[in-house]
Design a protein around this ligand. Sequence first.
Ligand SMILES: [Zn+2]
Length: 134
Amino acid sequence: MDRVSRWTNRVDQGCVLCNSSLESRDHLFFDCSYSSEVWEYLTKGILKRSYSPKWIEVKKIVSNNTVAVEKGFCLRYAMQSAIHALWRERNKSRHGEPHTQVQVFKKIVEKSIRNKLSLNRKNGPKKFKGTLSF
Ligand SMILES: [Zn+2]
């Protein structure tokens, strides 16, 4: 919404996920209290001490090609899933639909990731067969 506000100043720039800050890319991914809770839930166990909710750090972490295949795939897939799901949730709320509680939202995103990792084990490329156990 910070970008939309450059075209017109008659828009609500507030974040619909937390209702306590202006909406920008860095806020949505993952400075927002709602989205950071999701990101932390999905990745803190993988990242441990290198965990960060800051967009610039997240980009560095997922771009690092020196991590093990399983870890790299899980991180990138978690990021893709989180961004897609948060964007859909944001749009849903922006258009007046009921907001999903973060505790429920986290489980839905986690389940979609586990489903993908399960498919990798059954039908995916050989190098990704161990992602579910990782
Ligand atoms: Zn927010």
